[in-house]
Design a protein around this ligand. Structure first.
Ligand SMILES: *Cc1c(COP(=O)(O)O)cnc(C)c1O
Length: 390
């Protein structure tokens, strides 16, 4: 029996992918075991975060890194680090940014719900570009020149939300930002796989990059990575860690925090509510190593499982489209009635969650256990056939 049933909550079949609202991705056994072992011993969290920084830096090629409580928290901490740096008075005032440059430039078509994460630190988002292509009134997408025009003495940095094929390219925005001495914070939360993005996105020279730990990496659901320039990571760390320490006793690992830059200790900072436990840190590191070096269990066999499920649906006369060969997901085109089918799948027994898109239903096998495949196929056949008859 599921542990959740003990609390009166029925588990579902998650065929929608590693979504936070469905509890994220299942963790590999090695990750769970590492977390179990981490509960036994006490360690100074600062030392553990410094060790994590070294492990993550090896995979990302960055100077330093911090394990956060998610990519969204990494965005808040990254913004706080850019806004306040090592200025203790600014750190103390956040999220009140009335007396400091507080604007982040962001391409108009990159705005999304996660801008709240930056605003929580006190940042003000300033849209750049006109998006004429979307409106149909022109030929130009957002361009680097739009950042140039929007820049003012109030500009603190650039927010860039990375997506494949996005215009202008991150590398071009970073090149301009570096010339303009403006730091760039990148939201790359869901840009894994491919694992090569762990290196190539920070490799553009962006100052700070955020990845989610509970999506493709399959670490603990409430983890994320903030990686990049040491001086920003140091500021983010001190705004997140428990700072009830005595300065005379304070001796942080030198490569993680340059103590000479801190004449006094900040108080509990704006990120204190985003604390990360030792189990989460260790779990994320083990998951990251598995993800980078080779992800043994389900992932490897998942493309074969995708093929198998698509073949079964095809046999029943149900069309499927796989846009990314070797990917974990595919689309069942359903122009109408997609919402009806998705709702009935949720209401079924077992309850099945799929992703509803304008073009149809997206099935993602990344979070479907092998022993759930039969029940998933059965539910899809039942509801899709019923929708054909309707
Ligand atoms: C998932 C996601 C986030 C948030 O990541 P968490 O690790 O859940 O906090 C932020 N930005 C984008 C673009 C995402 O897809």
């Amino acid at each position: 029996m599921s542990i959740f049933a003990q609390f009166g909550v029925e588990p579902i079949i998650n065929a929608a992918g590693p979504l936070t609202r469905l509890g994220g991705a299942p963790m590999p056994d090695a990750v769970v075991e590492a977390m179990r072992q981490a509960t036994r011993d006490a360690v100074p969290i600062e030392a553990l975060q410094a060790a994590a920084a070294r492990v993550i830096a090896r995979s990302t090629g960055t100077e330093s890194a911090l394990v956060t409580s998610g990519a969204s928290a990494a965005l808040t901490l990254g913004a706080a680090a850019i806004l306040a740096g090592n200025d203790l008075a600014r750190i103390d005032r956040l999220p009140d940014t009335s007396s400091m440059p507080n604007e982040f430039l962001v391409a108009r078509d990159q705005r999304n719900g996660y801008d709240h994460a930056l605003r929580a630190a006190g940042a003000r988002l300033v849209d750049v570009g006109m998006n004429e292509v979307v409106a149909g009134s022109g030929v130009r997408p957002v361009e680097v020149a739009d950042y140039m025009i929007a820049r003012s003495e109030r500009t603190a940095g650039i927010l860039f939300v990375e997506r494949p094929g996005i215009q202008p390219r991150l590398a071009d925005v970073v090149a301009w930002a570096q010339a303009a001495s403006l730091p760039v914070l990148v939201d790359a939360a869901a840009e894994l796989p491919p694992a090569s993005n762990l290196r190539s996105i920070p490799g553009t020279g962006a100052d700070l990059v955020c990845f989610s730990g509970g999506k493709a990496i399959r670490g603990p659901q409430a983890t994320g990575i903030l990686c990049g320039k040491q001086r920003f990571i140091e500021s983010a760390a001190l705004q997140m860690l428990d700072m009830d320490e005595v300065i005379d006793l304070w001796d942080p690992p030198k490569d993680f925090i340059d103590r000479s830059r801190w004449p006094a200790l900040p108080r509990q900072g704006i990120g204190r509510g985003f604390k990360v436990g030792k189990e989460q840190i260790v779990g994320l590191l083990v998951a990251l190593e598995l993800f980078v070096h080779d992800s043994p269990d389900p992932k490897r066999s998942t493309p074969r499982r995708v093929e198998r499920l698509r073949a079964e649906l095809q046999r029943a006369g149900i069309e499927t489209i796989q846009e990314h060969a070797g990917g974990l997901d595919f689309l069942i085109p359903l122009e109408k009635r997609g919402a009806d089918v998705a709702r009935r799948l949720r209401q079924g027994k077992p309850s099945v969650y799929v992703r509803l898109e304008s073009a149809g239903l997206r099935i993602h096998l990344g979070c479907v256990r092998e022993d759930q495949e039969g029940a998933l196929l059965e539910a899809l056949l039942r509801e899709l056939k019923a929708s054909l008859v309707d």
